[in-house]
Write a protein that binds this ligand. Structure first.
Ligand SMILES: Cc1cc2nc3c(=O)[nH]c(=O)nc-3n(C[C@H](O)[C@H](O)[C@H](O)COP(=O)(O)OP(=O)(O)OC[C@H]3O[C@@H](n4cnc5c(N)ncnc54)[C@H](O)[C@@H]3O)c2cc1C
Length: 436
């Protein structure tokens, strides 16, 4: 904080969205203050020290359609850090590993019959070509996938994956939301036969550090360990933000914190609007990280749809981002936070997940574990229902100058760094228009 505690714009949350918003405003010459509750910037893209290696708490890959990221990388002069790597995807099913992700793998996949394979191929193709999802929008993902693949095809490939991530929400998630995920991966290819995904040299830290440093160079203020405790309004306008006992003034506030926090953070919101924010469901994630002496499989992403395993996937991150020593493997346990497993200790989760790793590669044993880590996030993934946009309050709240959004606001796209960057910048531009 400097001489003046009045800013053109206050941004709450220093994840990709908040950082991008603050950068956009600082670049345009506005005075900006960014407040982050955590002691490090980055939100879901933050790094930590993992056994001497700077690593993201949650794995990230970049797709060829992440245009908002690419534009920002160029502006920040880090575009040369963007690297592409040929990656493989596989399935672990009934005790065996199967290749996935190209037409030959699909044809050779023994668990689907020929008709199901053709239907799957058509679905993947259709998703990459689709311009409008209007007809799909009222459907749930299981309804839509069953229509494409048949009941059996759906049950063999998708049911277990959905269940292990969404549990009781499985039958409620939006078809469009799943369709755009299939499209995003489907379009990130080197060729029809080869998937290609991107990463930043140095990990997401490279982006986060570049943004923080640019915001500061442009005169912006970044305060860490500084949770916003209240967004204050005055009549029809926002007037500032309380950070504990301190009041910081601004006629423009952008909140990028998860929407479940909003009804408490903005006490002056109308009751009905508070209930709308509270009604947006979220699931949590306990994301396990193993550093191993051995690689698990040749896949970056291994879907585990075996009934005996309680994890939906094993992500061998070092198959994407090359790391100097050890093999880095993430195992995400997504779940509603009223699920029993949410209360399990880190050690219990690590034990169970290690069972999945050894099932996929029986030559790995406990002596191969070099380090472990568990990162937890209560609001990790909004659950998007069909016609999801109808349930979202507008980004521009009834209070002039106050914009509120989080990762569910770029529906039908799933959470993504690129999408958060794009939305953060758009919100900052809207705020700047008000200042003109
Ligand atoms: C397991 C996992 C895997 C993922 N994989 C990918 C991937 O492969 N590719 C990809 O592009 N994206 C991926 N994502 C999504 C991506 O990380 C997010 O979309 C993006 O980082 C969200 O940024 P954000 O700023 O919108 O939200 P967040 O990162 O959630 O930022 C919100 C910030 O607000 C802060 N905050 C909360 N309350 C307060 C308060 N009261 N005051 C101040 N600050 C507060 C939080 O600490 C946080 O830093 C993944 C996410 C997870 C969890």
């Amino acid at each position: 904080m400097t001489t003046s505690d009045t800013y053109d714009l206050i941004v709450i949350g220093a994840g990709a969205m908040g950082l991008a918003a603050a950068y956009e405003a600082a670049k345009a010459g506005s005075t900006v203050a960014l407040f982050e509750a955590d002691n490090v910037p980055g939100g879901m893209a933050a790094h930590f020290d993992f056994d001497g290696l700077s690593l993201e708490r949650y794995y990230h890959f970049i797709c060829k359609t992440d245009y908002d990221s690419f534009e920002l990388f160029k502006e920040l002069d880090i575009f040369d850090k963007l690297k592409w790597r040929e990656t493989k995807m596989g399935y672990y099913y009934q005790g065996a590993l199967y290749e996935w992700g190209n037409p030959f793998a699909l044809l050779g996949f023994p668990k689907l019959n020929l008709i199901e394979k053709i239907r799957y191929g058509l679905l993947a193709f259709w998703c990459t070509r689709r311009r409008s999802w209007d007809k799909v929008e009222p459907l749930t993902a299981p309804e839509w996938l069953k229509a494409w693949l048949g009941e059996n095809g759906y049950n063999k490939l998708w049911n277990r994956l959905f269940y292990l991530k969404f549990y009781d929400y499985t039958d409620k998630i939006s078809a469009t939301w799943i369709g755009t995920r299939i499209r995003r991966i489907g379009l990130s290819r080197k060729s029809l036969l080869q998937e290609e995904l991107g990463y930043l040299e140095g990990g997401t830290e490279t982006l986060v550090s570049a943004l923080v440093s640019k915001i500061k160079t442009l005169g912006g203020h970044v305060s860490l360990g500084a949770p916003a405790t209240e967004i204050v309004t005055d009549g029809a306008y926002v007037s500032g933000v309380k950070i504990g006992s301190k009041f910081v003034k601004s006629k423009n506030v952008i909140s990028t914190v998860p929407t479940p926090f909003i009804s408490k953070l903005v006490p002056s919101l109308p009751t009905e609007l508070k209930s709308n924010y509270d009604a947006i469901p979220n699931i949590g994630v306990a994301c396990l990280i193993f550093k191993l002496k051995k690689s698990v499989t040749e896949n970056f992403w291994l879907n585990t749809i075996d009934e005996s395993l309680a994890v939906p996937g094993i992500i061998e991150f070092s198959r994407l981002r090359p790391l100097k020593d050890g093999h880095i493997v993430y195992v995400p346990y997504y779940m509603p936070t009223d699920n029993d497993r949410w209360t399990w200790t880190d050690d219990d989760l690590l034990d169970e997940a290690f069972g999945a790793i050894t099932a996929a590669n029986p030559s790995i044993n406990k002596e191969d574990i070099l380090a472990t880590q568990v990162s937890r996030l209560k609001y990790a993934q909004p659950i998007c229902y069909p016609n999801f946009l109808d349930m979202l309050p507008p980004i521009q709240t009834p209070f002039q100058g106050l914009q509120i959004a989080d990762t569910c606001y770029y529906y039908p796209e799933d959470r993504g760094i690129s999408e958060s960057i794009g939305l953060g910048r758009r919100m900052a531009k809207n705020a700047l228009l008000r200042n003109d």
